[in-house]
Design a protein around this ligand. Structure first.
Ligand SMILES: C[S@@+](CC[C@H](N)C(=O)[O-])C[C@H]1O[C@@H](n2cnc3c(N)ncnc32)[C@H](O)[C@@H]1O
Length: 263
């Protein structure tokens, strides 16, 4: 049963139209979209808000600085998608000692490498179209942040990568728990990887689907699943916009919860 749910999630994040939606949500402000006029009359550049990753990076950076100053920190991003959150983190934190992105989708990882590391093997990206046929567009990469030398990208599930317990000052997992077959188990796993005194950053739009998570495991407030004894540093909602097709856009309002492990 769990394998079936995990396979459904894995299939979702290899679909071209899903990848197109994520690329726009994460990197749309960096796409140089070269389009012929849309024959259906839909405006392919209708603006959606693309501030979620910068908003979260600002919040986490402020809390991390208050705790650690400008120290050389280790950060882990699980289910990091096409990498925009770590990009925003590295821009704000050039002294990062170790940044690790773990992402099981082959397609997402490919673009994380292109955008973060400047991998030049990728020159075209799927762009919003219809569900059956996303368009393909050339794109321009941002200049990689100077701290990119500290970054390692793993194309794997969280549970498949050997990570020492207590080895990261900051562990992030953005918008993944509602796409996991055991969300509370995943949070317990993330908590193990945080150093004593370090930060756990979780966000979710609670967009639960029975195909991905058994309904008896759904919850609607991250504070219900915070590890026992951890301090609550911030709980905030941010806007997270998506266009899935030229005629379907969705605004999510994920809750972002940041807690601190006892020192
Ligand atoms: C909704 S997307 C969020 C991506 C990115 N964090 C963001 O906020 O844009 C969920 C991501 O979780 C990843 N994922 C699903 N199961 C995972 C697992 N067991 N370990 C790590 N990542 C996983 C998916 O491949 C997908 O990229």
């Amino acid at each position: 049963m769990d394998d079936q749910l995990a396979n459904a999630v894995a299939e979702r994040y290899e679909k071209q139209w899903i990848l197109a939606a994520y690329l726009e949500a994460e990197w749309g402000d960096h796409f140089e979209v070269v389009r012929t006029p849309e024959p259906t009359g839909a405006d392919p550049r209708y603006p959606i808000r693309q501030t979620f990753y910068a908003d979260v990076a600002d919040l986490v950076t402020g809390l991390a600085r208050a705790r650690y100053g400008d120290g050389d920190l280790s950060i882990l991003d699980i289910g990091g998608g096409t990498g925009r959150f770590l990009y925003e983190w590295l821009l704000r934190n050039p002294h990062t000692a170790n940044a690790v992105l773990i992402e099981p989708s082959v397609g997402m990882t490919r673009f994380a490498r292109a955008f973060l590391e400047g991998a030049e093997t990728v020159t075209e990206a799927p762009y919003i179209g219809t569900k059956a046929a996303p368009q393909t567009q050339p794109f321009r990469r941002p200049t990689p942040p100077s701290a990119v030398g500290s970054l390692t990208i793993h194309n794997a599930k969280a549970e498949e990568v050997e990570l020492g317990d207590g080895s990261f000052e900051i562990v992030c997992c953005l918008n993944v728990v509602d796409r996991h077959n055991d969300p509370v188990g995943l949070i317990a796993y993330l908590a193990q990887k945080v150093k004593p005194g370090g930060l756990l950053v979780i966000s979710t739009p609670f967009d639960w689907e029975p195909d991905y998570t058994p309904p008896e495991q759904w919850f609607m407030d991250l504070r219900q699943v915070t590890p026992t004894g951890w301090g609550e540093l911030a709980t905030k909602d941010f806007v997270w916009d998506f266009r899935y097709t030229l005629r379907k856009a969705t605004r999510f309002l994920p809750q972002v919860a940041i807690t601190a492990k006892p020192a």
